[in-house]
Ligand binder design. Structure first.
Ligand SMILES: *Cc1c(COP(=O)(O)O)cnc(C)c1O
Length: 383
């Protein structure tokens, strides 16, 4: 079936008891068994091991990503942590893209190292750097594209080719483009991580995560980490996310059209020094963006003339845009990564990654684009 059909119908069917068209919220901790010998005959025992509402979301995501299976989590970070817990042991080494979600950087830097896993952060846009960082103990390469917040791209097919050559795994965070715009398994990745908090839910209503895998073996290791660590998603969150996903394609189309219009407008603005958006021909990896994804997404950044002070003034005075962390929602959000989302990344790492003090990040929502532009203009007039 097509994506628009799958986002509505995959993984769900009317409730067999009542005919209710929406998957019920199975808000139950435990599941009564028919008999000792028939334990698990109906598939569920205790909600840390599995829950029917959560399972419906997992089945939908498996179809949308064309994967083998999925596990869902209480947050995107819980999903990333489950991948590390399930696949790594002390003595292993991992290669992680230098520009990744701030929480991913922090967990790898503070906790993987604490438990004896060696970590190298490399520029994942530079294939030679990735290849050079791989050693005999390397278990996986972790990428995120477009990266947060610089929107640097990683060539997923090329990194997958490298990991396959070295017989290791390629894990990629597909939060920014979602399977509607980017299909990492078709490009050779083995594991896909999502913060469902972002575009998949899209309504600022939940925190959630998911890991989609391409094999039964990977599913077993990662699901075992989830049940052991208790990193589960709640049924209510799964239910809200199931509703959000039904309009994913329409939201992604509208939000990225808005983002392109805003990026083009910013690029022509005299008070704006630099704009980053993969859909602009001025983006250094515009050709790659066209090649590996079917859309450019709804994240953009810019630098205002006048540096950090001007950027802060703009963010404090722009109407309509919410000054907040989070992204991928129907509401437009403006963020200062250095003081907000990426405060945990040390200044020298930030500098190396291109996250400058004056960078303003935009998560473009679904409002009328004329209103979003007028609001930015009002903010820019004040700086
Ligand atoms: C937000 C985000 C995460 C973490 O997700 P949470 O749901 O906030 O835990 C991971 N990766 C990316 C790309 C994100 O944007």
């Amino acid at each position: 079936m097509g994506f628009r059909t799958d986002q509505i119908h995959a993984g769900v069917s009317p409730d067999p008891v009542t005919g209710g068209i929406l998957t019920p919220i199975h808000q139950s901790t435990t599941f009564v068994q028919e008999s000792v010998d028939g334990y698990m005959d109906r598939g569920y025992s205790y909600s840390r091991a599995g829950n029917p509402t959560v399972r419906a979301l997992e089945e939908k995501l498996t179809v949308l990503e064309s994967g083998h299976d999925t596990t869902a989590y209480g947050s995107g970070m819980a999903a990333t942590v489950a991948v590390f817990l399930g696949l790594l042991r002390a003595g292993d080494h991992v290669v992680i893209g230098r520009v990744v979600y701030g929480g991913t950087y922090r967990f790898a830097d503070q906790f993987l190292r604490k438990f004896g896993v060696d970590v190298d952060f490399v520029n994942a846009s530079d294939l030679e750097a990735v290849d050079a960082a791989i050693r005999p103990e390397t278990k996986l390469v972790f990428t995120e594209t477009p990266a947060n917040p610089t929107l640097d791209l990683t060539d997923l097919a090329a990194v997958s080719e490298l990991t396959r050559k070295h017989d290791i795994l390629h894990v990629t965070d597909n939060t920014f483009l979602t399977p509607y715009f980017q299909k990492p398994f078709e490009l050779g990745a083995n594991v896909i991580v999502h913060s469902t908090t972002k575009y998949l839910d899209g309504h600022n209503a939940t925190l959630g995560g998911a890991v989609v895998v391409d094999s039964a073996e990977l599913q077993e290791s990662i699901a075992f980490a989830r049940i052991s660590a208790g990193l589960v998603m709640s049924p209510m969150v799964a239910w809200l996310t199931l509703q959000g996903i039904k309009t994913l394609s329409e939201r992604m189309d509208r939000q990225s059209a808005n983002a392109l219009a805003i990026a083009e407008w910013l690029e022509g603005h005299p008070k704006v020094e630099k704009v980053g958006y993969p859909g602009l021909p001025s983006h250094p990896q515009h050709a790659l963006a066209n090649r590996q994804a079917t859309g450019f997404g709804a994240m953009a950044w810019f630098e205002v003339a006048g540096g950090t002070e001007a950027g802060k003034k703009l963010m404090d005075s722009v109407p309509l845009w919410s000054l907040a962390e989070n992204l991928g929602q129907v509401e437009s959000i403006i963020t200062h990564p250095v003081t907000m989302t990426h405060a945990a990344v040390p200044p020298e790492e930030r500098k190396a990654a291109g996250i400058t003090d004056g960078l303003v990040r935009l998560s473009v929502g679904m409002e009328d684009v004329e209103d979003l532009i007028a609001a930015l203009e009002e903010g820019l007039e004040k700086v």
